[in-house]
Design a protein around this ligand. Structure first.
Ligand code: UFG
Length: 341
């Protein structure tokens, strides 16, 4: 099987880091991105890290004509499908856009994969499919709870589409990776997270506050039933997360999949609170963060972290980068951005 991989959403945060890891593992990434929530300059960052140009095609995965062209003009054995809308809040305001985009792109890709005999696809799922689990940490067998947002529902529906499609077509191999909370940036600080507008996620808000772009970080709630009262998440370094995709592609190419649809938790196994993130960020970067305790954010779950044993054993993958290094890299990337402006 050839080692070319179509990476949809390859200019995004996780997609760009995955392109680097693919290239370093001997794969050739081909990026497809419509630049809806990403910048073309990311392609230059990836090329600078890997030391050679990377192929970039500007196209929308929901566009059957544009994607037919991508499939007929490029020969690849595998797809990693990142391209999707990802704002939890926005999805409640624009549900139809989320259903159309997130389901439409996957359906389009699966149809084209059949027509062009492309056998392998890795899908970006999320721990959001678990909701607030009754028992922590969550394993892949933890039951999914009913989705509370259209975004979460699209992740569950895409998983179900993959499962049912793979059941019908034995040549199709699919892997859903359930990401926990990706943070940090590549050690080169040439690529990282590029949120548009006011960040929703914790780490970009932290780094922008440290940089003086935001005045004060609000810690959403200190009255949860957790040791320090703030929410707990499983923060995973984005380069570690990117490597899990390479392991997933290896597994499918080497014929090691146990079934046509497989699911893996991609997390560290460590639950870390919001306040611990704030304090560790301050310590490793030797700075003071302006923050205050604010009320709970609607829709937040109290605590979730992964049991990554199955990914460790079956994928041969493990998160290794210490949280301290990841938090340093996030700050270095933010400082690089400021220098570029
Ligand atoms: N938080 C703050 N202040 C902020 C931003 C976040 O205190 O300004 C807190 C949140 O309350 C939460 C934690 O930091 O406790 C992490 O929040 P994020 O918004 O960074 O991440 P979430 O866990 O809410 O959401 C992430 C992804 C989603 C995914 C979800 C799965 O962004 O795409 O994990 O649980 F669906």
């Amino acid at each position: 099987m050839n080692k070319r991989v179509l990476v949809t959403g390859g200019c995004g945060f996780i997609g760009s880091h995955t392109c680097v890891e693919l290239a370093e593992a001997g794969y050739e990434p081909i990026i497809v991105d419509n630049l809806n929530n990403s910048e073309r300059s990311v392609v230059d960052g990836i090329s600078a890290i890997i030391g050679r140009p990377v192929k970039f095609i500007e196209a929308d995965c929901c566009d059957p004509v544009a994607m037919e062209k991508v499939f007929s003009e490029n020969d690849f054995s595998s797809i990693i499908h990142f391209a999707a809308y990802k704002s939890v809040n926005e999805s409640s305001v624009k549900p139809l856009e989320y259903f159309k985009n997130n389901l439409g792109s996957l359906l389009n890709l699966l149809t084209l994969m059949r027509e062009h005999n492309v056998p392998n696809i890795v899908f970006s799922s999320s721990c959001t499919v678990y909701g607030q689990a009754d028992k922590l940490p969550v394993t892949e067998k933890t039951p999914r709870k009913e989705a509370t947002t259209p975004y979460g529902l699209t992740k569950q529906m895409c998983e179900d589409i993959l499962k049912n499609t793979a059941a019908a077509y034995p040549q199709l191999k699919t892997i859903a990776l359930r990401y926990f909370n990706p943070i940090g940036a590549h050690p080169s600080a040439l690529i990282g997270e590029l949120p548009r507008g006011i960040p929703n996620n914790l780490l970009p808000y932290v780094t922008q506050t440290a940089a003086g772009i935001r005045e004060c970080l609000s810690v959403f709630g200190d009255d949860y039933n957790t040791p320090d009262g703030s929410c707990i998440r499983d923060y995973i370094d984005v380069t570690d997360l990117a490597k899990a995709h390479v392991c997933a592609v290896n597994r499918m190419i080497e014929g090691k999949s146990k079934s046509g649809y497989e699911v893996f938790n991609v997390g560290t196994g460590n639950g870390v609170s919001t306040l611990e993130i704030v304090k560790t960020f301050e310590k490793v970067n030797n700075l003071k963060l302006n923050y205050k305790i604010a009320g709970r954010r609607e829709g937040d779950i109290e605590a979730i972290w992964a049991d990554p044993t199955y990914a460790n054993e079956e994928l041969g993958w493990k998160a290794v980068r210490p949280l301290e290094d990841t938090l340093k890299s996030a700050w270095q990337w933010q400082q690089n951005l400021a220098r570029k402006k």
